[in-house]
Write a protein that binds this ligand. Structure first.
Ligand SMILES: Cc1cc2nc3c(=O)[nH]c(=O)nc-3n(C[C@H](O)[C@H](O)[C@H](O)COP(=O)(O)O)c2cc1C
Length: 211
């Protein structure tokens, strides 16, 4: 089993078939893949917002500079990262870890003290740089799962983050948008990019081997 055929099949879909909706069980699997993505120290400092409401998708389209995939997709996933680390946020995930792994209450104390010492000293921008990077891992896992399930998707950074944060009231939740992932089904023969070859650096350029 390899994922490579699925990765050849997927592409950044530019036109979704508006008549086709992704079944809830498949949406759940794609979101679950993002939830299972590894993150630095297991902090999982981002959330996925799942939008199926057409009116809301239509409102987001102009915020994404008119990219029609936002309106035409079946579901729009928004990856939003913690605006900053806090003691509570670090303690919360480590209380889950302690419980899930059936560990003594102070098992992770020294480690979480070290995390707090590192992250709480940083600026909010440094924190967000780190939390945002974790959300890219979640996006990658979600995209891979979508490809395996033959659900089309488009990774997106092309939108006005501040405007989206305001519309989704993310500041009150201590979150900032990082990425969007519209999912759906490609419009067969209606998408100029569908039949195009993948353009990537050749392997010899891409890989630097040290033997
Ligand atoms: C982080 C990221 C942001 C992207 N933002 C956009 C976007 O806003 N709109 C868009 O149409 N494509 C966007 N893309 C798609 C890329 O252009 C595309 O993935 C790349 O050209 C490779 O092509 P492929 O995905 O079809 O293999 C983005 C891709 C990534 C990974």
């Amino acid at each position: 089993m390899s994922l490579l055929n699925d990765f050849q099949w997927r592409y950044a879909t530019k036109k979704f078939d508006i008549s086709k909706k992704v079944e809830q069980s498949l949406v759940d699997s794609i979101v679950e893949a993002a939830r299972l993505a590894p993150t630095s120290s297991g902090l999982q400092p981002f959330k996925v917002i799942v939008i199926s409401n057409q009116e809301l998708k239509d409102k987001i389209m102009p915020i994404a500079f008119g990219q029609t995939i936002v309106s035409e997709c079946s579901h729009l996933l928004v990856f939003a990262a913690w605006n900053r680390y806090t003691e509570e946020r670090i303690d919360h995930i480590y209380s889950i870890t302690t419980q899930e792994r059936n560990q003594p209450a102070d098992r992770y104390q020294r480690y979480t003290d070290m995390l707090k010492d590192t992250y709480l000293k940083q600026t909010e921008a440094e924190n967000f740089g780190h939390t945002a990077r974790q959300s890219y891992i979640g996006l990658s896992f979600a995209m891979a799962e979508a490809a395996v399930l033959k659900v089309d998707s488009t990774p997106m950074e092309g939108f006005d983050n501040a405007q989206l944060d305001a519309l989704l009231e993310l500041e009150a939740k201590g979150l900032k948008s990082v990425l969007m992932l519209p999912i759906g089904y490609r419009e067969e023969n209606g998408d100029w990019l569908e039949k195009m070859n993948k353009a990537r650096h050749p392997k010899e350029e891409f890989v630097l081997e040290i033997k």
